[in-house]
Design a binder for this molecule. Structure first.
Ligand code: NAD
Ligand code: LMR
Length: 342
């Protein structure tokens, strides 16, 4: 039911504070690419949030119907639709969180980097508008290749003089969602309890699940570690192949992004106990961007969590060193793209 969904999205602290009343709906969220495979279910899930007062749905086409449809759900937020670049400024005005799933998805045989040529420009232009119209918002990038699109976004925000590294996020929650699911299945654990940090980036071997840091602690054979790691790293491709040319993960991605948005809103709302993995500017390794667990607060990333990278197993340490050249190259490709535009 709607009530059950709303309750499941409300934080523990809020539930304790509010007893029978809903938390105050007071945040404005914009989804850019809202008519797409991810955008539609993600917008629906955000509409379920008790913390959202205004939901702005933007796309270059087909967003009117999506907004009309979603707006009939009897949850607090007011839904508005915005089509095309001329309506983007109004879409972004006063928004607290901007989520960006705009761009093309993979087909079988493609890597995420094969999407660079189209998606780099889309992200650059959208983030440029974010810089102009809601420079204080949390910016959450879903569009692939995340390892490059987040550095592009950082450069664009820098060029506009509004870059706040604490407020720019690459959404890697789906890697954590998958790791939690696969580990719980494999080890017969209660799913709700399982939490596996996933670090590095969001493509192939740059996705590094830290199985040794699984909570509650679990032990794995070498074979299990290898199988689970490879499955988590190739889970996106698993979906691309199953969809056989019609796209990549959309529903599980919407679920994962809705979790990340809700965590961000709880952090904005003052919950002091919000942790998520995300690809952010980082000094945890020698790479300028790196996914790790971060503590979220009112101003964005309040702290990176270095402890996950301490005491790694040999397998994890080797995998960490092995992913760095690819991740570094993807970051540099994004930065070079954004710099050559100016
Ligand atoms: P889709 O093609 O179904 O939807 C993309 C939407 O973006 C479309 O509605 C399209 O009109 C819109 N769009 C295109 N250019 C735009 C622009 N300039 N401004 C606004 N909207 C624009 O694709 P999808 O399945 O929703 O995937 C979207 C992106 O998310 C892809 O790049 C995909 O690789 C990525 N993705 C990332 C993750 C992750 O874990 N970060 C997971 C799944 C997919
Ligand atoms: C995923 O992990 O599902 C996304 O990055 C989409 C893809 O291309 O695999």
């Amino acid at each position: 039911t709607g009530a059950a969904l709303r309750a499941s999205f409300a934080s523990k602290a809020q539930k304790e504070n509010n007893h029978n009343s809903q938390p105050q709906a007071s945040y404005k969220v914009a989804v850019l690419g809202a008519a797409g495979g991810i955008g539609q279910p993600l917008s629906l899930l955000i509409k379920m949030s008790p913390l959202v007062s205004n939901l702005h749905l933007y796309d270059i086409a087909n967003v009117k119907g999506v907004a009309a449809d979603i707006s009939h759900c009897n949850t607090p937020s007011q839904v508005r639709d915005f089509t095309g670049a001329s309506e983007l400024p109004n879409c972004l005005k006063d928004v607290n969180v901007v989520v960006i799933p705009a761009g093309v998805p993979r087909k079988p045989g493609m890597t995420r980097d094969d999407l660079f040529n189209i998606n780099a420009g889309i992200v650059r232009d959208l983030v440029s508008a974010v810089a102009d119209y809601c420079p204080d918002a949390f910016v959450q990038i879903i569009s692939n290749p995340v390892n490059s699109t987040v550095p592009i976004a950082a450069e664009v925000l820098k060029q506009k003089g509004v870059y706040d590294p604490k407020k720019l996020f690459g959404v890697t929650t789906l890697d954590v969602v998958r790791a939690n699911t696969f580990v719980a299945q494999r080890k017969n654990l209660k799913l709700i309890d399982v939490d596996v940090p996933v670090v590095g980036g969001h493509a192939g071997i740059t996705i590094l699940p830290l199985l040794s840091k699984t909570r509650p602690s679990a032990s794995f054979t070498d074979e299990e570690i290898d199988e689970l790691t490879v499955r988590i790293q190739s889970a996106g491709t698993e979906v691309v192949e199953a969809k056989a040319g019609t796209g990549s993960a959309t529903l599980s991605m919407a679920y994962a992004a809705a979790r990340f948005v809700e965590s961000s809103l709880r952090a904005l709302d003052g919950d002091g106990d919000v942790y998520e993995c995300s690809f952010v500017e980082s000094n945890l390794t020698d790479l300028p961007f790196f996914a790790s667990r971060v503590k979220l607060g009112r101003t964005g990333v309040e702290a990176l969590i270095p402890s996950d990278l301490q005491g790694l197993t040999d397998y994890e340490q080797k995998a960490l060193e092995a992913l760095k050249p690819e991740l570094k190259a993807s970051i540099e490709k994004g930065i070079a793209f954004a710099q050559k535009q100016t």
